[in-house]
Design a protein around this ligand. Structure first.
Ligand code: FE2
Length: 326
């Protein structure tokens, strides 16, 4: 944890201590209010992928559709998104320039690694966290029997563009979607045309594919933090210099559990901080009010706000925090 500069903390606390309940509510994205995009990416009409829902909760992430709704636009130094897919629905093979981390909120998922997704495959279930390195083709399939939801974190304010596996470009052509070199998606079936002076994104080359990292099965397994049934009050660092994934992601991530009626002492933090409720319900109190968060809800805490976390029912949370220069 970064030590606070006393003067700066006092300044931020003064700014944020008067935050009203309605202002705080605007910093909450409730699961029930998530606005999906069904055509966020080039692969969204390809058979097997057309039912995926994509969410941009904090920041635009890597969405290719400029019309996608971003719930919270304030810069955090990282992007938070979500993916919801029915059984058997596939997110196609792609790579990122930044760290990409998934927390499995619901469902059972197979993460498919390699150009075509069949080089290495690992399974993850509710509460598990997987960190996926840059320059590695990955996709994921809901292999459970119910709709599943993944909470996603991408490093940086600008998460760059997705590098799709070559086959994804080929499939998209059959369904009228063209990805431009500036990362935007054009829907020719909806009458959109490629603007003058803008070229389509070149198909990913065999050379680029050859440079991508392919882990062994053991290496891929080592990228997963497995959730357990321990719900005793605890803060467990996961992506953190003190955690199992101690390399730089541009943010830290921890699992917080509060047993019923337990309270975390008042605290402030001088960088962006986002809480995501995995299960149970969370009470957040500050000098001007309090609010309750339920399973699947996300909140971004005002920087420097003194607040207390508690739960009458018990709660499991994931906490994403910005880091200096992150
Ligand atoms: Fe991704």
């Amino acid at each position: 944890m970064v030590a606070m500069v006393e003067g700066e903390t006092a300044r931020l606390m003064k700014i944020n201590s008067g935050i009203s309940a309605s202002e705080m509510e605007r910093r909450v994205v409730r699961y029930a209010d998530l606005r999906p995009c069904y055509n966020a990416f080039i692969d969204t009409r390809s058979p097997g992928s057309e039912k995926k829902e994509n969410f941009t909760i904090i920041g635009p992430g890597v969405a290719e559709n400029p019309e996608q709704y971003v719930h919270i636009t304030e810069k955090h130094g990282f992007n938070i998104g979500g993916a919801r897919q029915p059984p058997a629905c596939v997110n196609s093979q792609h790579s990122h320039d930044t760290a990409e981390v998934f927390v499995v909120h619901t469902g059972n998922w197979r993460f498919n690694i390699g150009e075509k997704g069949d080089d290495v495959q690992v399974l993850a279930g509710p509460g598990d966290v997987i960190t996926l390195p840059t320059n590695m083709f990955r996709g994921f399939t809901n292999v459970g029997e119910d709709v599943g939801y993944l909470f996603a974190v991408l490093g940086g304010d600008d998460a760059g563009h997705v590098m799709w596996a070559p086959y994804v470009f080929d499939m998209a052509k059959d369904y009228g979607l063209v990805l431009l070199e500036n990362g935007e998606l054009i829907d020719t079936l909806a009458g959109q045309a490629v603007p003058n002076g803008v070229q389509p994104m070149p198909r990913t080359t065999a050379e680029q594919v050859a440079k991508a990292y392919i882990p062994t099965l053991a290496e891929a397994e080592s990228l997963i933090w497995r959730a357990d049934d321990l719900h005793a009050t605890s803060i467990r660092p996961i992506i953190d210099p003190e955690g199992p994934f101690d390399w730089d992601h541009g943010f830290t991530l921890a699992r917080l559990d509060l047993a019923p009626y337990d309270v975390l002492p008042n605290e402030t933090f001088e960088y962006p901080e986002v809480l995501f409720v995995q299960s149970g319900s969370l009470k957040l109190e500050w000098s001007e009010g309090e609010l309750l968060l339920s399973k699947g809800d996300t909140i971004t805490i005002p920087i420097g706000l003194e607040r207390k976390l508690s739960s009458d029912s018990g709660v499991s949370l994931y906490r994403v925090r910005g880091i200096e220069g992150g």
